[in-house]
Design a protein around this ligand. Sequence first.
Ligand SMILES: C[S@@+](CC[C@H](N)C(=O)[O-])C[C@H]1O[C@@H](n2cnc3c(N)ncnc32)[C@H](O)[C@@H]1O
Length: 443
Amino acid sequence: MVGGHTGLELLWAGKSDRPILVARALVEDPERSYRAPGPAAPGVTFDNRIVRGDNLHALQALQGEFAGRIRCIYIDPPFNTGQSLEHYHDGVEHSEWLGGMRDRLELARALLAADGSLFVHIDDNELGYFIVLLDEIFGRKNRLSVATFKQSSVSGPKARNPGLVSTTNFILYYAKDRAAWRPNRVYVRIPRDKRYASWIGNFSAPHSEWRLIPLRQALAARHGVEPRDLKQRFGEGGLEQAFEEFVLAEPERVVQLARVLPKDVNRAAREVLEASRIVPDRIHRSPRADLDDYYFMNGKQVLFYAAKTRLVDGRRATGQALSTLWDDLLSNNIHNEGGVRFTKGKKPEALIKRVLELSTAPGDWVLDSFAGSGTTGAVAQKMGRRWILVESGDQCETHVVPRLRSVIDGTDRSGVTQVVGWEGGGGFRFYRLAAPASAPDGR
Ligand SMILES: C[S@@+](CC[C@H](N)C(=O)[O-])C[C@H]1O[C@@H](n2cnc3c(N)ncnc32)[C@H](O)[C@@H]1O
C-alpha cells in the first residue's frame, strides 16, 4: 500500500504474497546497441535503453539509476482477455494478474519523478479492478482521468456477436503527486464553426467604421467569382477546404454576432451593449484590462474566430481542448506503422504522441515496460524525448530493435514522422538482465 489508505481495499487470493527480488544487473549487449553516425543534432537523443527481460526484474534493476527521474510511464500490458495471441499469451488467473500488476506498478511508481505521470492502457476485462488497484498504489486523489480510446469500428466477425460490440479501450491517467503535476495544454483539430459567417470588409479602418459582409461573398471576391459560382469553382469537398483556409488565414476578420445577457458582462460593458442597441449597425467597443476587449453590435456580442484557433501540430487550426474522448486517433494504416507487424497489440503512434504531448517536454525520460513492437520508443525518439523500453518476448529483438533502428536511420516515414518533422538520428543501448546466481539464463 503506497498511496495512502482510504479504508477501501480490493482483496484477492495471494495479495499478501510478495516476490523476492534478487538484485540483477543490466548488462549491455553491444552487438545490438545502435547509434547513428556523425555528431548529435540538437534535440536528438542517444542515451536510450532497450531492456530484454521480465519487467519485474528490469524495473527493480533500473531503480539505482532512475528512481524519481522518469517523467512519463505509458504501459499497455496484456489485457488478460484469455486469448493466446501471436506474440504473447494474454490470459492468466485474475488474482495472479492483479498481483503481478501490483508488484510492477509499485516499482514503476518509484521510478516516476515528483511531477511525473502514469498512463495505463487497458480494456474492459480488468478495467474496474485496475482502477481500484491503481487508486490503492497511487492514492485516489492522484487519479486524474479515465480517457476512452476508440480502437476499432463496428465491423468484422465481432459485429455479429450478440450484445454490445466493443470498440473502445481505456487510458487510466494518474499523477505521482497531483500537487506537483504540471500538464501541458493539448488541443485537437475540429471542423470549422460555420456560425462565424461574417467578414470584416475594411479591417484596417477604426472599429466603429467596420462593415460586415457575408463570409461567402468575401471568399468569392478573393477568388474573383460570383458567390453563386463558388461550388462550381471548388467542387463540393473543395469548397469547404477553401472556406477553412480563408478563415484560418485571417481569423481576426471572421465574426459572428451572438446573444449576450447584460448580467454576463461587467458594468462598463453593459452601457456599451445598450448603446449598441440605440446606435445600430455600428461596432462598439468596451475595453478590458487583462482580457480581450468586448465588441458589440445591434445589442449582440461580436465574437471573433481568432479566439477559436489554436496551434495544432505546429499549424493554426480550429482547436478545442482535449477531452476524455479520444475517438480521432484510429489509424487505418496502423499495421504498417514502424515497418513491423504486431497483430492485435500495436497501438497508433498518434496515441503515444498525444500522451507525450500532455505529460512531457523534450529531453524528459519516458518508460514503457510492456514495449511490444516498440511504439512508445519510436514516438519518444521522434519527439526528442529520452526513453527506456522493456520487453520479455522475442519481439524485443525481432520488432523493437529493427523498428528503432529505422527511426534512427530516418527510413521510417510512417506514423507521426512527418507531423513532428523527424529526420533521423540518435541511438540506443541494448541490455539484458544478468542471471541471478541460481538461474541458468537471464530471461
Ligand atoms: C499489448 S503488447 C504492447 C504493445 C505495444 N503498446 C505496441 O504498441 O506495440 C504487451 C507486451 O507486453 C509484453 N509483456 C508481457 N508481460 C511482460 C513482462 N512480465 N515483462 C516484459 N514484457 C512483458 C508482451 O510480451 C507484449 O509484447
